[in-house]
Every structure is written in structure tokens, then in C-alpha cells.
Ligand binder design. Structure first.
Ligand SMILES: Cc1cc2nc3c(=O)[nH]c(=O)nc-3n(C[C@H](O)[C@H](O)[C@H](O)COP(=O)(O)OP(=O)(O)OC[C@H]3O[C@@H](n4cnc5c(N)ncnc54)[C@H](O)[C@@H]3O)c2cc1C
Length: 317
């Protein structure tokens, strides 16, 4: 049995692991299919404090992992298929590892950006295709950008990106937008935003120097068109990775874990959530790391107050 099992190795899970390991709680960390999390899919990270010249996403995550290992965190490769939080110790079923038991669990499984699934998209994530304006807008100063989506987040990303881009074209496959009126109005009032509505994205077009635009079908005429751009921002939402919880943890209507405000506590005492899996608003590496620290401290406090197993023998080993 483990004192704490951390599920997920993005900035939230690895920060939790560092804090838990330094508190002598020997956490077990389950890596999942994407060891290092979302930042391993990008190149330069310029907004994580402490790296004045930026750092490559995979290097940043490697450093975090080494830091956790240095203090005794154990890592295991595996995918959590199911959990049983109805009894204590909690039970976690991991693909290839069987059923593991823990006094406390930290869920840091992130949220996956939804993609269009068109040719040229996945191969160019971090190289002209992005799902995060806050993260990557700065790389497109003076350039043309396409934003795909029709909801509030697409409007917000488009308006934000006009700070950097020479122009932003909003592509949506219908003529009506799902976005709230206020968000639409804000985007429509922005002279840098152009509209390509009723267009279905077909392919991210690549030229000699990278992304050269988005190939779309004009749904009115059926004609194929190229919306020229140096960057394509896909803003069609995120899916929190909570399916494996089987409804045992309270989530919002979109599947994000609900935590007690100002803490990482879920509806089940001893189960904590941090990072993008409980964050519908910020979704940044530093905010994920911040809540990872909170989750470790919350778990530590919980273990101090309600240990059902005597750990004193193992603590000194
Ligand atoms: C291309 C790209 C570029 C970005 N650039 C920046 C940037 O420049 N700056 C910035 O601050 N943010 C950036 N972000 C956002 C940032 O990556 C996220 O906010 C951050 O990674 C969230 O961390 P997390 O720990 O919550 O989850 P994630 O990083 O999503 O990690 C989730 C972890 O959970 C694991 N997992 C999921 N399900 C299971 C399961 N069932 N069993 C076991 N493990 C599981 C995965 O394997 C993974 O290890 C970027 C995101 C993307 C996609």
C-alpha cells in the first residue's frame, strides 16, 4: 500500500511528486500514455518562471521528473483504467500493474485539447499549429493567424491574438456562432478580425517554410479555398481526462473535477485534484504546478490527521 499515488506526470503531478517526496511520503507516480504531459508536445516554453532564455517543453518536464526522483518519488509506467474510492484504502486499477492501494490519491490527468483531425494538423503542433493563444501568440508577432472555432474560447483567443498578429481570420463551419453575444460583439468590433464563416477546415497547408494557411471548403459554393496564415490556432475546446473515474468524483457538466474553492479537495476526503483536470480557466504549466504543490500539501495534512495505517516503520527506510 502507498501513502499517496499521483496519477499523471504533467507539471501538476510532477510538482506534487516533488513536494510529497520531500515530505518523506515516498509517492508512487503513474505516468500514463504521455509521460511529461502536454508540454512534451511543444518546443519552446517562454513563460515558465526561472528560465530567462526559455526552455524546451520536453527538457522542462525531464528536469521536473529528475527533481522528484532525487527525493525518492517512484515512477511506474501504466494507464489507470478504473478507481474504487468507495472504500479505504482506495483502489486503483492500472493497466499492466494490477490493483494498487493508497491512503490518498492525487489526480493530475490534465485535459486534452480537441483537434480537428485534418491532415497537416498533428504533425505541426508546436510548429505553426497551436491550441493555446496565451502560450504561443507571442511567436506570431506581425504574422497572419487563423483561429478555428465558434464558441466563447475561439472569440477570446481571436481577440487576444490581435495583440500580436497583423490579422486574425476566424474560421467556423457554420454561419452562426455558439459564442455568447458579448464575446461575438467584442470580436466583431475588432478591426483586425476577419471572418470566414460557413467554411469546413480540410487541411493545414504547408509551404517551404512551414504553415502557409488553412485549406477550407466554402459550404455555400462547394469550392476549396486557402485562408492564408502563418499560424493555425484550433479553439474547439478541451476534454478533461476523467473518464476512468467512473463518476465517483463530482465533476461539472463538461467533466472537469470540482474542487472546494481555494483547495484541491474533491468530494471524497483523501482524493485531491490539481492541474488542468480541474481548471477551466487558466490551463497553464505554472498554474498546474501551483495546484500540484497545493495538492501535495493537502494530502500531507490529510495523512497527518487521519492515518488509518501506521507508517512509522516505513518512514525511516
Ligand atoms: C502544444 C502545447 C503547448 C503549450 N505551451 C505552453 C506554454 O508555453 N506555457 C504554458 O504555461 N503552458 C503551455 N501549455 C499548456 C500546458 O501544457 C498545460 O497547462 C499543462 O501541461 C497542464 O499540466 P497538467 O499537469 O495538469 O496535465 P498534463 O500536462 O496534461 O499531463 C497529464 C498527465 O496525465 C497522464 N494521464 C492522463 N490520463 C491518465 C490515466 N488514465 N492514467 C494515467 N495517467 C494519465 C498523462 O499521461 C500525462 O502525463 C501548452 C499546451 C500544449 C498542448
Amino acid at each position: 500500500m502507498y501513502k499517496t499515488i499521483v496519477i499523471g506526470t504533467g507539471p501538476a503531478g510532477l510538482t506534487a511528486a516533488i513536494y510529497l517526496a520531500r515530505a518523506n511520503l515516498s509517492p508512487l507516480v503513474i505516468e500514463g500514455l504521455q509521460p511529461g504531459g502536454q508540454l512534451t508536445t511543444t518546443t519552446e516554453v517562454e513563460n515558465f518562471p526561472g528560465f530567462p532564455d526559455g526552455i524546451l517543453g520536453p527538457d522542462l518536464m525531464d528536469n521536473m521528473r529528475k527533481q522528484a526522483e532525487r527525493f525518492g518519488a517512484q515512477f511506474k509506467n501504466g494507464w489507470v483504467e478504473a478507481v474504487d474510492f468507495s472504500q479505504r484504502p482506495f483502489k486503483i486499477t492500472v493497466d499492466g500493474l494490477g490493483v494498487l492501494e493508497a491512503e490518498t490519491v492525487i489526480i493530475s490527468t490534465g485535459a486534452s485539447a480537441r483537434y480537428l483531425g485534418i491532415p497537416g494538423e498533428q504533425d505541426n503542433v508546436g510548429r505553426g499549429v497551436s491550441t493555446c493563444a496565451t502560450c504561443d501568440g507571442f511567436f506570431f508577432r506581425g504574422k497572419k493567424i487563423v483561429v478555428v472555432g465558434g464558441g466563447d474560447s475561439a472569440m477570446e483567443e481571436a481577440s487576444f491574438l490581435t495583440r500580436f498578429a497583423s490579422s486574425v481570420t476566424l474560421v467556423h463551419r457554420r454561419s452562426e456562432l455558439r459564442a455568447s453575444k458579448i464575446m461575438q460583439d467584442r470580436a466583431r468590433e475588432n478591426s483586425k478580425v476577419a471572418w470566414a464563416l460557413n467554411r469546413t477546415p480540410l487541411e493545414v497547408a504547408i509551404g517551404d517554410t512551414g504553415v502557409k494557411g488553412l485549406k477550407v471548403r466554402n459550404n455555400e459554393t462547394g469550392a476549396e479555398e486557402l485562408v492564408e496564415a502563418d499560424g493555425v490556432f484550433v479553439a474547439i475546446g478541451h476534454t478533461p481526462n476523467t473518464a476512468f473515474l467512473g463518476g465517483q468524483i463530482t465533476t461539472d457538466a463538461n467533466g472537469y473535477i470540482v474542487v472546494n474553492p481555494g483547495t484541491t479537495e474533491t468530494n471524497i476526503p483523501g482524493v485531491f485534484a490539481c492541474g488542468d483536470v480541474q481548471d477551466t480557466r487558466y490551463r497553464q504549466a505554472i498554474s498546474a504546478a501551483g495546484t500540484g504543490c497545493m495538492a501535495a500539501m493537502d494530502a500531507e495534512k490529510y495523512l497527518e490527521g487521519s492515518m488509518v495505517h501506521d507508517w512509522s516503520e516505513t518512514l525511516d527506510k
